[in-house]
Design a protein around this ligand. Structure first.
Ligand code: SF4
Length: 444
């Protein structure tokens, strides 16, 4: 049996390498993407890609230097080393790959899905010693929350954070809560209708510390698939919602539920009272944290207009992390799993313009050749932090496990994990998520 895999087909990395070599006329947002991510590990910042302009928090995890034998290995050698290590480890390890991960890593994943699907997929393997999460930091934390204490959750590159999750810092959120309490009074006291002043709701794309905060204050976690159900849950218990970190998911969801925009003030943690007036805070139905995803913020109404002009009849589907004007201009919006299902359900050959991360779009295009599928953003600009998971890191952590060494383990402290699980359990009780089998199980 050969230990190498055939060449990678829908590879964003190959495309970027071709652009840099002058073999493609396409455009990338940063030619540094063609370099190995270890080039950036020693530098503060999110690295090249969609989040390169975002401010990384002081103290964000850094990755130590990857040994030269991995940095200098060819793609074929890395494939062979990953396969060999995986073969030795067998059922002792489960590899999870996020929808937005680069294809060179995804081909080795046992499951491919969104963050919550993958955390659930890990639950199907309670006997696995290690869960290697090829996603970003908050996803590995969530997997640690849901896995057994004996299991190690591994993030192959510690520099793979998430700029959106980092926009809601626990100290800023605590400070916000105190300021709100000065206006609303006792945050635990229900009014005549039995509603407390505010229910905190956090998107899954947040740190475990934020999920723990939410759990301690009667709040709940949501995903992009169940945000409306979760907001309904929150409005049944509270007069208002404090929604973080993604303002766009909060605004798009609440607007679709009929909440007027004037009752959705923004909370900018760098401004007194979030930059809102006391009257705006009192009248609020949803207070939106000033966070966003730098991948989905790249999509514009102009791109949709261009797609419609070039492809009459095109079906435009965007992720709800996109700005409101983009969601309004699209034909549909939905989670990554919604987008995947919508494409697969189309019975006639269709042209789709998709507003989400380019690795997923290119994979969907390759998997559905009966359709024409392209990314709304013509500039090739992957998620900066997902792209930090290179096959070299995957080989490094797997060979570590073979040698009996757990590298890059992600552990959530107990005092954070307990309330964070409460917030997750409330979400599950509000509406059970799709069964774990909904994750894409890799054929390879
Ligand atoms: S796509 Fe956006 S939300 Fe997802 S990991 Fe990247 S920066 Fe974070």
């Amino acid at each position: 049996m050969s230990l190498t895999l055939p060449p990678v087909d829908p590879s964003v990395d190959h495309e970027i390498q071709a652009i840099v070599a002058g073999a493609s006329t396409a455009e990338t947002c940063n030619t540094d993407l063609a370099a190995g991510p270890w080039t950036f590990d020693a530098r503060p910042g999110y690295g090249p890609g969609s989040s390169m302009g975002d401010v990384i928090p002081v103290g964000a995890p850094r990755q130590g230097e990857l040994p030269a034998s991995y940095r200098e290995a060819s793609p074929e050698e890395l494939d062979a080393r990953i396969i060999a290590a995986k073969t030795i480890l067998g059922d002792r390890v489960v590899i999870l790959g996020h929808f937005y991960q680069r294809e060179e890593v995804i081909r080795h994943a046992d499951y491919v899905g969104d963050s919550f699907q993958l955390a659930n997929a890990a639950l199907e393997h309670p006997d696995a010693e290690a869960i290697v999460f090829c996603g970003v930091h908050f996803m590995a934390e969530t997997a640690d929350l849901l896995s057994r204490p004996e299991q190690s959750v591994i993030l192959p590159n510690l520099a793979a954070g998430c700029s959106m999750a980092d926009m809601a810092d626990i100290d800023q959120v605590e400070e916000c809560w105190e300021q709100l309490a000065e206006i609303y009074g006792d945050m635990d006291a229900p009014d005549a209708d039995g509603l407390v002043p505010v229910i905190p709701v956090t998107y899954m794309n947040s740190s475990a510390a934020i999920k723990g905060f939410v759990g301690r204050h009667g709040g709940i976690v949501c995903t992009s698939s169940n945000a409306q159900t979760v907001l309904e849950w929150a409005f049944a218990r509270g007069r208002r919602v404090l929604f973080f970190p993604d303002q766009h998911l909060g605004r798009n969801t609440a607007k679709a539920m009929g909440v007027p925009l004037e009752h959705m003030p923004m909370w900018n943690p760098r401004k007194p009272l979030g930059g809102a007036t006391e009257a705006e805070i009192e009248d609020a139905r949803v207070i939106l944290w000033h966070g966003f995803c730098s991948v989905h913020r790249r999509f514009t109404v102009d791109q949709i207009d261009t797609a419609r002009a070039a492809h009459p009849g095109v079906r435009v589907i965007v992720h709800p992390e996109c700005p409101m004007a983009v969601v309004d201009a699209a034909d549909e919006s939905g989670s990554t799993d919604y987008i995947r299902r919508a494409i697969e359900a189309a019975s006639e050959p269709t042209t789709f313009a998709i507003g989400t991360e380019v690795n997923l779009v290119q994979r969907l295009a390759a998997a559905n050749p009966q359709h024409t599928i392209f990314c709304l953003d013509p500039v090739v600009c992957p998620c900066s932090t997902m792209y930090r998971i290179h096959p070299g890191y995957l080989a490094w952590v797997l060979e570590g496990l073979v040698a009996g060494e757990v590298r890059n383990r992600i552990t959530v402290p107990q005092d954070v994990a307990d309330p964070a699980r409460v917030a997750l359990e409330r979400m599950l009780a509000a509406k059970p998520p799709a069964a774990p089998a909904a994750a894409w199980e890799n054929a390879s």
